[in-house]
Design a protein. Structure first.
Length: 82
């Protein structure tokens, strides 16, 4: 069976910051759950939701665009994005 991305608009793009420095960009349909999960393995003090709700496909594209823009602007990768 092939997984088909949902067309529901329930996914947001978010950014994690530590001491004012952006350290991660991701997507989720449950920001509070995701914040708690990240507390287990990432050091950050702020989580900002940076888009409105979108389809998962649209959120993934925006996530990738923001990661690429960050890397181009700064010349290095975000601490926790692989």
């Amino acid at each position: 069976m092939i997984a088909v991305p949902s067309k529901r608009r329930d996914t947001v793009v978010y950014e994690l910051y530590n001491k004012g420095k952006k350290v991660y960009i991701g997507i989720t349909n449950d920001p509070e759950r995701r914040r708690q999960e990240h507390k287990q393995d990432k050091e950050f003090d702020t989580m900002k939701i940076v888009t409105g709700k979108r389809t998962e496909e649209s959120a993934r594209k925006e996530e990738q665009r923001r990661i690429e823009m960050y890397e181009k602007k700064t010349g290095h990768k975000l601490k926790y994005n692989k």
